[in-house]
Design a protein around this ligand. Structure first.
Ligand SMILES: [Zn+2]
Length: 118
Protein backbone atom coordinates (compact mmCIF):
# COMPACT_ATOMS: atom_id res chain seq x y z
CA UNK A 1 0.00 0.00 0.00
CA UNK A 2 1.29 3.43 -0.92
CA UNK A 3 1.90 5.94 1.81
CA UNK A 4 0.17 9.27 1.55
CA UNK A 5 -0.82 12.22 3.69
CA UNK A 6 -3.14 15.15 3.24
CA UNK A 7 -1.90 18.66 2.66
CA UNK A 8 -4.03 21.71 3.37
CA UNK A 9 -4.47 23.62 0.11
CA UNK A 10 -4.50 26.91 2.02
CA UNK A 11 -1.52 26.73 4.39
CA UNK A 12 0.33 23.54 3.38
CA UNK A 13 0.03 21.74 6.74
CA UNK A 14 0.39 17.96 6.42
CA UNK A 15 -2.08 15.78 8.28
CA UNK A 16 -3.37 12.22 8.52
CA UNK A 17 -6.10 11.06 8.61
CA UNK A 18 -8.19 13.46 6.57
CA UNK A 19 -9.63 16.10 8.92
CA UNK A 20 -12.78 18.16 8.47
CA UNK A 21 -10.91 21.38 9.22
CA UNK A 22 -7.24 22.30 9.12
CA UNK A 23 -6.08 22.77 12.72
CA UNK A 24 -3.76 25.56 11.62
CA UNK A 25 -5.92 27.78 9.37
CA UNK A 26 -9.41 26.29 9.43
CA UNK A 27 -9.22 25.43 5.75
CA UNK A 28 -11.51 22.73 4.39
CA UNK A 29 -9.70 21.71 1.20
CA UNK A 30 -6.99 19.06 1.23
CA UNK A 31 -5.08 17.13 -1.37
CA UNK A 32 -3.59 13.66 -1.04
CA UNK A 33 0.19 13.72 -1.48
CA UNK A 34 2.76 10.88 -1.52
CA UNK A 35 4.58 10.34 1.75
CA UNK A 36 8.18 9.19 2.10
CA UNK A 37 8.55 6.07 4.22
CA UNK A 38 11.41 7.57 6.27
CA UNK A 39 10.47 8.71 9.75
CA UNK A 40 11.81 9.02 13.27
CA UNK A 41 10.41 7.60 16.52
CA UNK A 42 9.11 10.36 18.82
CA UNK A 43 7.72 8.18 21.60
CA UNK A 44 6.34 4.71 22.12
CA UNK A 45 4.54 2.40 24.54
CA UNK A 46 3.72 -1.28 24.84
CA UNK A 47 0.17 -2.41 25.57
CA UNK A 48 -0.63 -5.72 27.23
CA UNK A 49 -4.42 -5.31 27.51
CA UNK A 50 -5.38 -4.93 23.87
CA UNK A 51 -8.95 -4.55 22.60
CA UNK A 52 -10.42 -7.35 20.52
CA UNK A 53 -9.10 -7.78 17.04
CA UNK A 54 -5.38 -7.77 17.75
CA UNK A 55 -5.20 -11.45 18.74
CA UNK A 56 -1.75 -10.87 20.22
CA UNK A 57 -0.54 -10.95 23.84
CA UNK A 58 0.97 -7.48 23.49
CA UNK A 59 1.86 -4.93 20.88
CA UNK A 60 3.95 -1.80 20.77
CA UNK A 61 2.65 1.48 19.40
CA UNK A 62 4.60 4.57 18.50
CA UNK A 63 4.32 8.11 17.27
CA UNK A 64 6.69 8.82 14.39
CA UNK A 65 7.59 12.06 12.65
CA UNK A 66 8.05 12.13 8.89
CA UNK A 67 10.46 14.37 7.02
CA UNK A 68 7.65 16.84 6.23
CA UNK A 69 6.84 17.25 9.94
CA UNK A 70 3.75 15.02 9.94
CA UNK A 71 3.38 12.97 13.13
CA UNK A 72 1.22 9.84 13.13
CA UNK A 73 0.49 6.96 15.45
CA UNK A 74 1.05 3.39 14.34
CA UNK A 75 2.04 -0.12 15.28
CA UNK A 76 5.70 -0.35 16.18
CA UNK A 77 7.33 -3.48 14.76
CA UNK A 78 10.77 -3.09 16.24
CA UNK A 79 12.79 -5.33 18.55
CA UNK A 80 14.41 -2.62 20.69
CA UNK A 81 12.60 0.70 20.27
CA UNK A 82 14.57 3.83 21.12
CA UNK A 83 13.27 7.37 20.96
CA UNK A 84 14.91 9.18 18.06
CA UNK A 85 15.71 6.07 16.02
CA UNK A 86 15.17 6.08 12.27
CA UNK A 87 12.20 4.04 11.10
CA UNK A 88 10.69 2.86 7.86
CA UNK A 89 6.89 3.19 7.58
CA UNK A 90 4.56 0.92 5.66
CA UNK A 91 0.80 0.63 5.63
CA UNK A 92 -0.76 -2.72 6.38
CA UNK A 93 -3.43 -4.56 8.31
CA UNK A 94 -3.04 -3.76 11.99
CA UNK A 95 -6.27 -5.23 13.37
CA UNK A 96 -8.86 -7.80 12.30
CA UNK A 97 -12.24 -7.70 14.03
CA UNK A 98 -14.19 -10.86 14.97
CA UNK A 99 -16.53 -10.22 12.00
CA UNK A 100 -13.46 -10.32 9.70
CA UNK A 101 -13.34 -6.56 9.05
CA UNK A 102 -9.75 -5.40 8.84
CA UNK A 103 -8.24 -2.06 9.76
CA UNK A 104 -5.20 -0.76 8.01
CA UNK A 105 -2.76 1.64 9.53
CA UNK A 106 0.85 2.67 9.77
CA UNK A 107 3.42 0.07 10.78
CA UNK A 108 6.85 1.35 11.76
CA UNK A 109 9.86 -0.90 11.31
CA UNK A 110 13.51 -0.42 12.12
CA UNK A 111 15.66 0.54 9.14
CA UNK A 112 17.29 -2.89 9.24
CA UNK A 113 13.95 -4.70 8.85
CA UNK A 114 10.96 -5.89 10.84
CA UNK A 115 11.29 -6.72 14.49
CA UNK A 116 9.53 -9.41 16.42
CA UNK A 117 5.81 -8.75 16.19
CA UNK A 118 4.15 -11.27 18.48
ZN1 LIG B 1 -4.38 24.98 6.69
Amino acid sequence: MALFAYRCRNCGLFTFPLPCLCRSCGGREFEAVPLSSRCRLITWTRLFALPSGYKKPWRSFGIAEFENGLRVTGVLDCKNPMVGMELHAVRGIVRTHPDARSETGFIFQAENGPGLLP
